[in-house]
Design a binder for this molecule. Sequence first.
Ligand SMILES: C[S@@+](CC[C@H](N)C(=O)[O-])C[C@H]1O[C@@H](n2cnc3c(N)ncnc32)[C@H](O)[C@@H]1O
Length: 208
Amino acid sequence: MERRDKVQWIYSSQDNRELSERYDQWAKDYDADLDEGFGWLGPQRAVDFFVKYVPKIARVLDAGAGTGLVGKLLAKQGYGNLVAMDLSQGMLEEARKKNVYREFHQMVMGEPLDFAVDSFDAVISVGVLTVGHAPASSFDELIRITMPGGYIVFSLRPDVYMDSGFKEKQDALAAEGKWRLVEVSEEFQPLPKGEPEVYHQVWAYRVV
Ligand SMILES: C[S@@+](CC[C@H](N)C(=O)[O-])C[C@H]1O[C@@H](n2cnc3c(N)ncnc32)[C@H](O)[C@@H]1O
């Protein structure tokens, strides 16, 4: 299957079971296809944002960690207390090989997460909050498990932000005093070599 077709195949999944099975199958080739093949910039751009706000001693949840590309970059920056969580066990097995995470958890964003209140100083989530993956309602649980004063940093497509309930949810959480917006990046092309028509922004919120 061509790389572009693989991405379409992932996005055409009908439910979380099919999505996790397809990611399980893609796991071994993911880094070669997306990182090397498509020039996947999402992790680097999100980590560039994250380091501006989050101290190196923080306990950090990588939500939708995939094969651990974000964790690898965070470890390079000096973060040592990293926890990986993902829907797909196959992706988590690849993340394990990066040798940068302390814990691995298979969980589904959009459903209740099996972490206690205030478990993390910060959450980072790259390429996960989108149509057919983790819905805008995932933010409720991410806020619950993040300490007051902690940060939630994530990437999001501008069209998904506008059209798929993210804008309403993000604004509602701010209006309810659950979090406040710290910074949102310019739009950039996260897949310059594979899907130059796609844009992302990185968002940083501080939990109240
Ligand atoms: C495009 S990959 C991004 C992986 C990694 N963050 C990166 O930047 O390379 C999306 C990941 O999100 C996971 N995922 C999709 N929906 C999810 C959900 N509802 N809850 C948790 N993980 C999910 C997939 O299994 C996959 O590993």
